[in-house]
Write a protein that binds this ligand. Sequence first.
Ligand code: TYD
Length: 145
Amino acid sequence: MTGATAAKIWGVAGCQVVELRSHSDARGGMTFVENGRDLPFDIARMYWLYGSQPGQLRGAHAHKALRQLYVAVAGRCEVVLRDPESSQRVVLDRPDRGLLLGPMVWRQVENISHDAVLLVAASEPYCEDDYLRDFAAYLAAARVQ
Ligand code: TYD
């Protein structure tokens, strides 16, 4: 990964905030992500969350193998990351900053502003079998890794 710059790395396995390559001039800003350059995975899928209602939570699951990049391209949200040893709350409120999530990390998205658009780039196509949606089952699986 030579493009994006790791801003912060914590104890939560495989997760870090990255400053994404950007260009800004008198016309405004632009942020870019390229396979083979900016991420530790190639993008197989993108989706985005929007129109969140007040108090609504998203996520509350882990993925067995999936890697993801979260970017709040508009608005603001908080992502609570957990693994068996640690937890971390990350505020996403800039379109030029991303959160990389590794496999086997429990995540919950909270305090989502109504105008938030949370862009997600993912390393694999959608696969329900890759989800761990029960926290106790997630902890048991993560502890034996
Ligand atoms: P889910 O990942 O459970 O969203 P959240 O964690 O925010 O609640 O996805 C909600 C539903 O959307 C899920 O039942 C299946 C569907 N879905 C797809 O079909 N393709 C996708 O790429 C994603 C992310 C979800």
